[in-house]
Design a protein around this ligand. Structure first.
Ligand SMILES: NC(=O)c1ccc[n+]([C@@H]2O[C@H](COP(=O)([O-])OP(=O)(O)OC[C@H]3O[C@@H](n4cnc5c(N)ncnc54)[C@H](O)[C@@H]3O)[C@@H](O)[C@H]2O)c1
Length: 420
């Protein structure tokens, strides 16, 4: 380990265990490994300082290794106070990253860590949820103005950055990695779908079969969760505010109703909206005894914990990540993971196979920003060639070949004159 390396993790002695986790993740991240092979040869990020705020999981570890292999110096903090895998954080320090992350941070510690990343004066920044971007834009304007560009990993972060752009206050260009097809179609849908059900099962060990599962939000995460809950034998109810998405849910075969109607009959409630107060006092008052409340959206505002605290006469932790709230009439409601991302807190987050594609987009977008220093200051899409190259590499790694257009087909698709 470099003696000058600055870091703060729970226990550096966990590094050996963390390295095994990285090795395991790498077995399932072939696309990122191919990118790393090229990065080792070409060193496209040589001398670049990258500041990253991401869930410190084994998959993020593989991304950090890739960036370091490309020649970058990496400062890393966690994008959630409860999602860090402490062994991975320790291993990454040994790999040469400046890591400020441990599981179970207070809000003050969480922001202190993000500030260490901001104060390192990074040239390119990676964020998941936009807390780093927001701090750079509010408290570190001088540092932000020198930043070449940044990326954003999740839907909620992209929404916040578009708001900054609309107000004319964005200080550096952003690539919305979340909006790449090879990100949200797989990570948000299959990754969140599987790992959310996994988190609820690990925390509670309850049976999904026969339960009424209420999924709030039929976006990319919500549809993955609904699909996987149905696959486990649950009867799924969807709540929405967007009429088109509500209609899609109906035609996909789910019951659609308001949260007030669903509150009376649901057994397990899962929010995935990116919005606040989706389940609140008026809904808790209608719920059955014993219901389970979980959130898969980015922030802990979707299930109103404040309302629960106000309504309850007592609370206790009955199992790890399960808080029992007792209401005045004796009903008990169970909140998982303090209302934070249940898949990252009570399980391990997305499987490596989907993070392979999300983080391949991250690595290639960082390289793109570095090679294109004069990108206009706005929120950009991931360039189509990057998105397609990730899909091609993933298919190749799965040994799947697809057809190619013939010359006649190409001409046909470009002409207007041929009809019936
Ligand atoms: N848990 C994870 O690992 C993980 C992974 C990816 C994204 N996310 C987060 O999950 C959230 C959802 O992401 P997404 O990509 O599915 O977004 P999305 O925009 O595709 O879908 C959100 C849906 O919620 C609906 N909605 C908004 N307010 C609602 C309300 N009050 N009641 C019911 N529905 C409502 C919207 O109409 C929309 O259809 C975001 O916060 C995102 O950052 C979490």
């Amino acid at each position: 380990m470099n003696p000058g390396l600055s870091y703060k993790v729970k226990d550096i002695g966990l590094a050996a265990k963390g390295k095994l986790q990285l090795e395991w993740a790498e077995k399932h991240m072939p696309v990122l490994l191919l990118i790393r092979e090229r990065f080792v040869k070409e060193k496209p990020l040589k001398g670049l300082k990258i500041g990253a705020v991401l869930h410190v999981t084994k998959e993020t570890g593989v991304l950090v290794r890739t960036l370091i292999a490309g020649g970058a110096e990496v400062y890393l903090a966690a994008s959630n106070p409860l999602s860090t895998q402490d062994d991975v954080a320790a291993a990454l320090v040994e790999e040469g990253a400046h890591v400020y992350a441990w599981r179970g941070q207070s809000p003050e510690e969480y922001y202190w860590c993000i500030k260490q990343v901001a104060e390192s004066e990074p040239q390119i920044v990676i964020d998941d949820g936009a807390d780093l971007h927001a701090i750079l834009h509010s408290e570190y304007n001088d540092i932000a103005r020198k930043i070449k560009g940044g990326t954003e990993e999740t839907t909620t972060g992209v929404i916040r950055l578009r708001a900054l752009e609309r107000e004319g206050r964005l200080l550096y260009p952003i690539i919305a990695v979340n909006d790449a097809y090879t990100k949200y179609l797989f990570d948000n849908r299959y990754g969140t779908g599987q790992s959310t059900v996994d988190g609820i099962m690990r925390a509670t060990n309850i049976l999904f079969a026969g339960k009424k599962v209420v999924v709030a939000g039929y976006g990319w995460c919500g549809r993955g969760i609904a699909m996987r809950a149905r696959g486990m034998g649950a009867r799924v109810i969807v709540t929405e505010v967007d009429p088109i998405r509500a209609l899609e849910a109906v035609m996909d075969g789910y019951d659609v109703m308001t949260m007030s109607e669903a509150a009376r009959i649901g057994d397990i409630f899962i929010t995935a909206t990116g919005n606040r107060d989706v389940i609140r006092k008026e809904h808790f008052q209608l719920m059955k005894d014993g219901v389970i409340l979980a959130n898969a959206g980015h922030f802990n505002v979707e299930v109103s914990v404040r309302d629960l605290e106000e309504l309850a006469i007592s609370k206790r932790e009955i199992r790890p990540y399960v808080t029992e709230y007792t209401l005045p009439d004796g009903r008990k409601l169970y909140l998982l993971a303090e209302g934070r991302l249940v898949n990252l807190v009570a399980a391990e987050g997305h499987p490596s196979e989907v993070m392979d594609m999300s983080f391949a987009n991250q690595a290639l977008s960082i390289e793109y920003i570095h090679k294109n220093p004069r990108l206009p200051i706005k929120v950009h899409k991931v360039p189509r060639q990057i998105d397609e190259s990730v899909a091609k590499l993933k298919l190749k790694s799965m040994n799947i070949k697809i057809d190619k257009l013939t010359e006649t087909q190409k001409q046909y698709l470009q002409s207007w004159s041929l009809g019936t």
